[in-house]
Ligand binder design. Structure first.
Ligand SMILES: *[C@@H]1O[C@H](CO)[C@@H](O)[C@H](O)[C@H]1NC(C)=O
Ligand SMILES: *[C@@H]1O[C@H](CO)[C@@H](O)[C@H](O)[C@H]1NC(C)=O
Ligand SMILES: *[C@@H]1O[C@H](CO)[C@@H](O)[C@H](O)[C@H]1NC(C)=O
Ligand SMILES: *[C@@H]1O[C@H](CO)[C@@H](O)[C@H](O)[C@H]1NC(C)=O
Ligand SMILES: *[C@@H]1O[C@H](CO)[C@@H](O)[C@H](O)[C@H]1NC(C)=O
Ligand SMILES: *[C@@H]1O[C@H](CO)[C@@H](O)[C@H](O)[C@H]1NC(C)=O
Ligand SMILES: *[C@@H]1O[C@H](CO)[C@@H](O)[C@H](O)[C@H]1NC(C)=O
Ligand SMILES: *[C@@H]1O[C@H](CO)[C@@H](O)[C@H](O)[C@H]1NC(C)=O
Ligand SMILES: *[C@@H]1O[C@H](CO)[C@@H](O)[C@H](O)[C@H]1NC(C)=O
Length: 508
């Protein structure tokens, strides 16, 4: 993430990272035991002081204690939490657990009963018989709308939680925003749609944690696309709630499966069906897709969208159906079982390229299914992945994917098959290796366990949000107005301007 650090405070941030590194070095390499007792709290709050001063004092403290405590002989990583403490709001249950209890009422808009998907801490029920397609004990029937539940359950086991909000670098609001609004999104009455979000914000601003940074250290996670919370008018025929345009909400950062074009929305991967609980399951899966025979040059799995006449999706389906090298899975036809990951992964594993045209929105869960299968994704729009998953996917999209920009479908006469056939075997292998290497980044490992040597999608998301909030602190410390740029619009994301990899500019 270091290369993502830019701007005025970068020097100070860099120092913090250096000091952290030195601390870890001292801790692990010299096997000096406890620097601090496990349940010790830091004698100061990180955000009250500037990070250079903290770092300097921490160094003294550490050197000092690593010598004096040498004889204690007790391992502790308490200090590695410095700058990473998260405080989790204890919300009234109507904002999270209460919704789960009432899961029958959440089914609208998911086309299926949400209740079974809530098993296993939001992973869904385990897939038991996969006909040898999937690996044992790590695949679940996961619903994409469960992200907020999975994220919350993983956060409950995050290693740097604190109950002392004055120590916290970030404040997590475990509101199940997507599940909540799924009950009201189709209401013709906008005040009905908007009221749950307002209720939450009224609760939040009354907490002492709010006033410390006016919510700028708060973050939440939603399992629906951000646009669902971005209704710009009070016209009832417009889609969504206006949750993210409410003043309090604008001061917070929201992560969701697809970000909008406002800078306080960040995209993190859709949850897939793969939730390993130990490293070896990740490594095993990676090697199984690496050695897989791939008999289809390309595949498209999805539903036609005949009413979206300007969408590249229709053209892609036509080209796929008329090519012998392409496998088309029609997700609209009966019995296709696109919801069954065994069927999808069976085909994706046997395909070299997986087409990812936008559909109702820019992004698709299929992007991540395709990465899991070692199938190189083919993108047609920068908003499908490059402009979205900045914390999880490489800045240079051409390393792991094929980009066929289609600005105007009507005037597009390219042939997907020809383009893909034109890619050399070496390039294909290099891209696939890159894709397989991305697997740990995009999975949410089983919340009941922790991966040892991989950072998963959750870890990368938490790192990303902590860095963003630290940068806001820098701005405040410099006496500047943190609201400048924080919630600004950024339409560049969705333009086809000379696309050289989205500039990593997570904040301003
Ligand atoms: C750091 O230590 C110095 C001297 O020990 C002290 O004067 C200063 O207040 C400390 N700074 C912080 C941020 O605690
Ligand atoms: C701890 O550090 C302080 C100043 O950095 C020093 O004065 C003191 O002697 C040290 N204590 C020990 C036990 O080394
Ligand atoms: C996976 O489970 C199936 C059925 O329980 C079993 O036959 C198979 O040997 C298992 N595979 C591995 C690699 O453990
Ligand atoms: C926070 O407080 C709760 C309730 O007192 C306790 O169960 C939990 O372990 C505490 N968490 C931490 C990180 O101290
Ligand atoms: C919308 O709902 C609110 C609250 O339930 C109600 O007071 C209002 O009359 C409704 N408006 C319309 C136009 O139905
Ligand atoms: C949002 O943050 C700004 C400071 O950055 C603050 O002045 C404003 O009152 C906050 N808004 C709310 C609703 O808390
Ligand atoms: C997909 O299946 C639906 C439902 O059976 C059908 O109406 C549609 O024509 C199919 N689309 C294509 C492109 O095969
Ligand atoms: C992106 O990666 C490709 C090869 O994977 C390389 O040729 C190209 O120079 C890279 N672009 C940038 C901007 O680094
Ligand atoms: C595709 O369109 C371009 C310009 O729009 C044109 O120059 C080219 O000849 C066309 N190719 C085919 C195969 O029609």
């Amino acid at each position: 993430m270091e290369n993502a650090i830019a701007g005025r405070c970068s020097h100070q941030l860099w120092l913090v990272f250096l000091i952290l590194f030195v601390l870890c070095f001292v801790l692990f390499h010299f096997d000096y035991s406890t620097m601090m007792p496990a349940d010790n709290e830091l004698p100061f709050s990180l955000d009250q002081i500037n990070p250079v001063a903290v770092s300097e004092n921490q160094t003294h403290l550490a050197t000092n204690q690593s010598v004096t405590d040498e004889s204690v002989g007790e391992e502790s990583d308490a200090d590695t939490c410095l700058g990473r403490y998260v405080y989790v709001h204890n919300l009234p249950s109507r904002f999270n657990y209460g919704l789960l209890k009432n899961c029958q009422s959440l089914t609208r808009g998911t086309n299926s009963n949400m209740c079974p998907y809530l098993a296993n801490l939001g992973l869904g029920t385990e897939i038991e018989n996969s006909q040898g397609v999937l690996s044992n004990q790590s695949w679940f029937s996961t619903n994409q709308f469960s992200l907020e539940v999975i994220f919350h359950n993983k956060m409950k086991r995050y290693e740097c939680l604190t109950n002392d909000s004055s120590l916290a670098s970030a404040i997590f609001v475990p509101y199940y925003a997507g599940l909540d609004i799924s009950q009201y999104l189709w209401s013709p009455n906008i005040s009905v749609r908007d009221s749950p979000g307002k209720d939450l914000l009224n609760w939040l601003v009354e907490r002492p944690e709010w006033k410390k940074m006016w919510g700028r250290d708060h973050f939440l996670v939603a399992g629906r696309i951000s646009w669902d919370f971005r209704r710009q008018t009070d016209d009832a025929s417009d889609w969504g709630t206006k949750f993210r345009f409410l003043p309090e909400s604008q001061n917070m950062t929201m992560m969701s499966v697809e970000s909008s074009s406002w800078k306080n929305d960040f995209a993190i991967p859709y949850p897939t069906n793969f939730h390993p609980f130990k490293d070896s399951q990740v490594i095993e899966w990676q090697s199984s897709v690496r050695t897989q025979d791939r008999s289809y040059l390309f595949t498209f799995a999805g539903a036609p969208r005949p009413d979206l006449s300007n969408s590249v999706r229709g053209v892609v389906i036509e080209q796929c159906r008329s090519s012998k090298a392409c496998k088309f899975i029609n997700c609209s036809s009966e019995g296709n079982e696109c919801d069954n990951p065994v069927n999808l992964m069976k085909v994706f594993r046997r395909s070299v390229y997986c087409l990812q045209p936008p559909g109702d929105s820019y992004t698709r869960r299929s992007i991540f299914d395709s990465i899991l299968a070692g199938c190189i994704p083919v993108f047609f729009h920068p908003g499908t992945a490059y402009a979205q998953y900045l914390w999880h996917l490489p800045g240079n999209g051409t390393e792991y994917s094929v980009y066929i920009p289609v600005k105007d479908v009507k005037n597009w006469n390219g042939s997907v098959e020809k383009i893909l056939l034109g890619i050399s075997k070496d390039k294909e292998l290099a891209m696939r290796e890159e894709v397989i290497g991305l697997i740990p980044n995009i999975i949410y490992s089983d919340p009941r366990s922790r991966l040892e040597s991989f950072e998963d999608a959750f870890d990368l998301a938490v790192n990303g949000v902590l860095e963003r909030i630290e940068r806001v602190r820098c701005v405040i410390r410099e006496g500047k107005d943190p609201s400048i740029g924080f919630a600004e619009g950024d339409d560049y994301k969705y333009t086809f301007s000379e696309w050289q990899g989205y500039e990593k500019d997570p904040l301003f």
